[in-house]
Design a binder for this molecule. Sequence first.
Ligand SMILES: C[S@@+](CC[C@H](N)C(=O)[O-])C[C@H]1O[C@@H](n2cnc3c(N)ncnc32)[C@H](O)[C@@H]1O
Length: 352
Amino acid sequence: LARHLLRRDGVILVSIDNNEVHHLRLLLDAVFGAENFVDMMTWRGARKGDAKLTGGGQDYVLVYARDRSYLKSNDIRWRERKEGLEPIYAKAADLRKKHGGDFDTASKELRDWYKSLADEDPSKAHAHYNRIDDKGIWFSDNISSPNYRENLIYDWKGYSPPANGWRYERATMERLDAEGRLIYPEDKTKRVQIKSYLHMREEWAPASVFYRDRRAASSNLDSLMGAKVFDDPKSTDVLARLFHAITDDGDLILDFFAGSGSTGHAVWEQNPKDGKTRHWILVQVPEKPDASEASGKNALAAGYETIFEVTAERLRRAAASLQRETLDAPQLGFRIFRTRPTNLVIEKPLFA
Ligand SMILES: C[S@@+](CC[C@H](N)C(=O)[O-])C[C@H]1O[C@@H](n2cnc3c(N)ncnc32)[C@H](O)[C@@H]1O
């Protein structure tokens, strides 16, 4: 059903843990075609240091395109803003203030700061941007062309071209030179490099492996709902980032397993951030909360007879809270539809 509902440029993301991911991947290969497999993202959460064997804590997000070749022929690129940029900009601004024009000392302190960060810190992924100058934060990047092109082979200020040629044509090299972007080694047999600035490269492909502690999502939901009424909700910020990277204005996001309704909440969170209007449809069966679990017991005690009622109430509260946060927020709302047995008289069974 999911495959038939997808648009030609559509994609499906399925979240699953360690126990069943291998079965699910084979199943999705069979339904969507192995050629439409995009990735198996790994979501690292808190590890269990006191586990008997391995620390675990990871989940997977299987990503399949409806038609991967269509994405390729339309040159579709998924992009997201790098995480952890603001602390780097703030640090560099401090260092510039402290050291003025002494960029060597400022750069050295920036490198020390990167070293002091924990491995999970998103800023650490950009530690190669480790030099400061008056224009920003940069690293010394390769300037050779990835593929051989005749017109990229030319001598530049006494430096002979790399085997495949320079990355840019002569006119662009002249502009980069005028902007002070090129770095010339004294030894003319060495390579000319280019300054790649962080503020010019703020977007990249979404990471295939990422870390996000799930406990924050749980405690946010608990405080929104006034009690723990649902276990292990997805983090709305992780979903929102994926929606930002993969979907566009006017797109429709469908979640067959709504649970606490994180998908709807995440779409509402993301829309004002990038100025797009995405819509959602959530599906939730009227399953009873599980009275053998603490969250199910709480849900029943709070008067929720089904998980569907939890989903709907979460979305009402999320809408109210988002509208309180931003005065000019658009009116958020949703309609509820109930599925019923069909009224059509089916004379011949659809499936023999
Ligand atoms: C793990 S929860 C999803 C959690 C959700 N992503 C969130 O962040 O809150 C899975 C949901 O799927 C529903 N579900 C489980 N089996 C189902 C089935 N066979 N058909 C339809 N829904 C099902 C359950 O009621 C539950 O709400």
